[in-house]
Design a protein around this ligand. Structure first.
Ligand code: LLP
Length: 422
């Protein structure tokens, strides 16, 4: 359930017409509904209220500090994967004791930043990373709290680019090799072994891979206990999918119930790292039709709707062939046609939709690209020297720009025309 609804043929975000916002901020822009963000966070988090847990929102999915601050206020934490994301989480006022740090390539500088900030845990992904963390912590005269991200070799049955828990993926430490590493870490002077973590993939529509993973982690935690290592945190990662088209992902309550049943008997704090399931359907991208055209001469006529947002603004369709539902912001009841909805970028791969049955539209019409709250703005780039678009948040009948549209000046910020000596 989200708060994007048509009222008398016009799309509203909560109590404001989307077209009203477009008039003020221009297009394209990302638009988030505060009530939906809150509702989705609480729907997810409350499913686990029966167990000791921490919901660490995956910052990479939607990293605006307004969004992070909202979740922080609801008791959430953050799952970060870079120094930049740590900076964002802290800037949003997030308690460092609710921040966990994942990712395969943490630099020494980033590890130092995490330790200085006093984050809860590093999710360690390799033996070399363990050694590096131990060295940095020793240098700082600290003990670093860690969990190992184990790779359980479970098939999440999702898109190959976003499945992470198979043995062939680069993530984590193979579960069968992890025990030795735990024993080694346990002897290190500047390491405090506190948990086991994993993340098997994204946009999962089945519960069974999560349950299979948890079963493996539980068995592993018992093996650790046998060796005298009692873990305090068990981190199941993120990954619950959403409906973009006709997918039927589990309801967060159903997911939470299955996880808790499987967890029974293990005395740990459960950590979860949801991203998409919370923000995905809490945001849309609004774009304006620039031109319509029909190319003839091929085997068949091809209709194009050229809009002012491109693959640099929302890359998921180009990168993953992902489906995003698109609708006119104002319904006109026109006839429909099959068209490609494309951006202004000079690449054939620059499309938001292909061969889509779509109402006939005209120059100046606004379109809403749905389910764009996750991995939308965060994956945007300046390709083709396009300033990144604005982000806006609505609450009731008010809206605020939470990230200004970039300017021409911001495009060349930091660049210089060099002068070289003779
Ligand atoms: N935890 C870790 C360690 C992750 O790598 C991810 C996502 C998450 C949590 C959050 O997963 P979620 O709950 O959002 O599924 N750009 C792709 C998705 C990449 C996901 C990367 N990792 C997309 O647009 O579909």
């Amino acid at each position: 359930m989200n708060h994007f609804e048509y009222k008398n043929g016009e799309l509203f975000c909560e109590d404001i017409a989307v077209s009203t916002i477009a008039k003020e901020v221009g297009t394209p822009f990302y638009l988030y509904s505060k009530a939906t963000l809150e509702r989705h966070f609480e729907a997810f988090d409350s499913g686990f209220k029966g167990v000791d847990h921490l919901t660490c929102f995956a910052v990479k999915s939607c990293s605006n500090i307004a969004v992070l601050s909202l979740f922080s206020g609801l008791g959430g934490g953050a799952d970060i994967v870079s120094g930049g994301e740590l900076f964002r989480a802290l800037s949003a006022g997030m308690d460092p004791k609710r921040i966990i740090y994942s990712g395969v390539g943490k630099t020494e500088e980033e590890i130092r930043y995490g330790l200085t900030s006093g984050i809860l845990l590093f999710n360690v992904e390799s033996a070399q990373e363990l050694h590096r963390i131990n060295e940095v912590a020793a240098d700082m005269n600290l003990k670093a709290a860690i969990a190992f991200r184990v790779n359980p070799d479970v098939d999440p049955k999702t898109h190959a680019y976003i499945s992470t828990g198979l043995a062939k993926n680069k993530f984590g430490i193979p579960i069968q090799e992890a025990l030795d590493l735990y024993l080694e870490a346990n002897e290190m002077t500047n390491i405090d072994v506190q948990g086991v973590s994993c993340h098997i993939g994204s946009q999962l529509t089945l519960i069974s891979p999560f349950v299979e993973t948890l079963r493996k982690l539980k068995k592993f935690a018992l093996q650790l206990a046998d060796k005298g290592i009692n873990i305090q945190y068990l981190d199941l990662g993120g990954g619950v999918g959403i409906t973009y088209d006709d997918e039927e992902p589990p309801h967060p309550m159903e997911y939470a119930k299955a996880i808790q049943e499987e967890l029974a008997g293990l005395d740990v704090t459960l950590i979860l790292e949801p991203g998409r399931v919370i923000v995905g359907n809490a945001g849309i991208m609004v774009t304006e039709v620039q031109y319509t055209k029909t190319n003839r001469g091929g085997e068949q006529e091809k209709h194009f709707i050229v809009v002012d947002a491109g693959m640099n603004d929302l890359t998921r369709p180009s990168l993953y062939g992902a489906y995003h539902s698109i609708s006119p912001v104002v319904e006109k009841g026109n006839g429909s046609q099959v068209a490609d909805i494309v951006g202004p970028i000079c690449e054939t791969g620059d499309f938001l939709a292909k061969d889509r049955e779509f109402p006939e539209v005209a120059q100046g019409d606004l379109l809403a690209v749905e389910s764009a709250g996750a991995y939308g703005f965060t994956m945007a780039s300046n390709y083709n020297s396009r300033p990144r678009v604005a982000e806006v948040m609505v609450s009731g009948d008010q809206f605020r720009v939470i990230r200004k549209r970039e300017t021409m000046e911001s495009l060349i910020q930091g660049e210089a025309i060099p002068e070289f000596g003779e």
